[in-house]
Design a binder for this molecule. Structure first.
Ligand SMILES: Nc1ncnc2c1ncn2[C@@H]1O[C@H](COP(=O)(O)OP(=O)(O)OP(=O)(O)O)[C@@H](O)[C@H]1O
Ligand SMILES: [Mg+2]
Length: 250
């Protein structure tokens, strides 16, 4: 099978410091993959390279078998990869529903006649309404997005990625800054709404990781030191040694 996302020999240096030292990773379509590792391991750097925010010094990134290594972020988004949970994608002055309509509209752009863009398209509205419900914001539909709570804004952010038709999602620490109840709800929301899509997620909360991931990769000092099922990773002595005190101490 062609992987949804494949990384080959990814290297990234900042000045003379090697941050990523040859990262290889293949994620199958529909897989939920968690990337874990200590602070400063290079996880966010790797996400940034995949999303096109920066370029690797060496290596290649493929999305469903097509190379995206040197594409601009917007071009990568158009190919169905969304990097979510950055509140930057939320238009704070628009209503919750209009945020979702915008995302759905951009996704429909190529399939829609130009005049429908002004009159509103039933497909766009239906899609926005469906996502609104999926992310649990139906009651907040008319509220200005900027007035949502932190957890709600992150749910909207996920909704924007979904309404935009993304088949592959990158989530960098989706539960950061949330209390335990909010974090648990968010993980459940991600699990439900991303069913059938490919997910690559960085997360420090091990309960969340084990609740959602089909496979886990462990990045330490710019290298993947282990990749496998949650059970295999939990039992891996190398991982335990590198990650002591971060939820593996059972
Ligand atoms: N633009 C940059 N210029 C120089 N160094 C950078 C830059 N971005 C990241 N780094 C360095 O690269 C290393 C990896 O950072 P990165 O943010 O990728 O780690 P991380 O695994 O996401 O960590 P965390 O778990 O804390 O989010 C760190 O030492 C960081 O200081
Ligand atoms: Mg990070």
């Amino acid at each position: 099978m062609i992987p949804a996302l494949a990384l080959y020999g990814i290297e990234k240096r900042f000045g003379s410091t090697r941050i990523l030292r040859g990262v290889d990773l293949a994620i199958q379509p529909g897989e939920r993959h968690a990337l874990i590792g200590p602070n400063g391991a290079g996880k966010s750097t790797l996400f940034n390279l995949i999303a096109g925010g920066a370029r690797p010094n060496a290596g290649r990134i493929d999305l469903f078998g097509a190379e995206i290594t040197r594409l601009a972020p917007a071009a990568i988004t158009r190919r169905g990869l969304a990097r979510s949970f950055q509140s930057t994608s939320v238009f704070t002055r628009l209503s919750v529903f209009d945020n979702l309509r915008c995302a759905a509209m951009l996704a429909e752009r190529d399939r829609t006649r130009w005049w429908q863009r002004f009159s509103g398209s039933p497909t766009v509205d239906a899609r926005a309404a469906q996502v609104l419900d999926a992310v649990g914001l139906t009651e907040r539909r008319h509220v200005q997005a900027g007035t949502l709570s932190y957890a709600e804004q992150r749910a909207l952010d996920l909704g924007i990625a979904l309404a935009g038709g993304a088949h592959t999602l990158l989530l960098d620490e989706p539960t950061a800054g949330m209390n335990r109840a909010e974090a648990a709800r968010t993980i459940e929301l991600i699990r439900e709404t991303t069913a059938g899509r490919t997910l690559l997620m960085v997360e420090h909360d091990m309960d969340a990781v084990f609740a959602i991931a089909d496979r886990i990769s462990v990045l330490v000092q710019g290298r993947i030191i282990a990749s496998g099922t949650p059970a295999a990773i939990r039992a891996d002595e190398t991982v335990r040694a590198a990650y002591l005190g971060e939820g593996f101490g059972t």
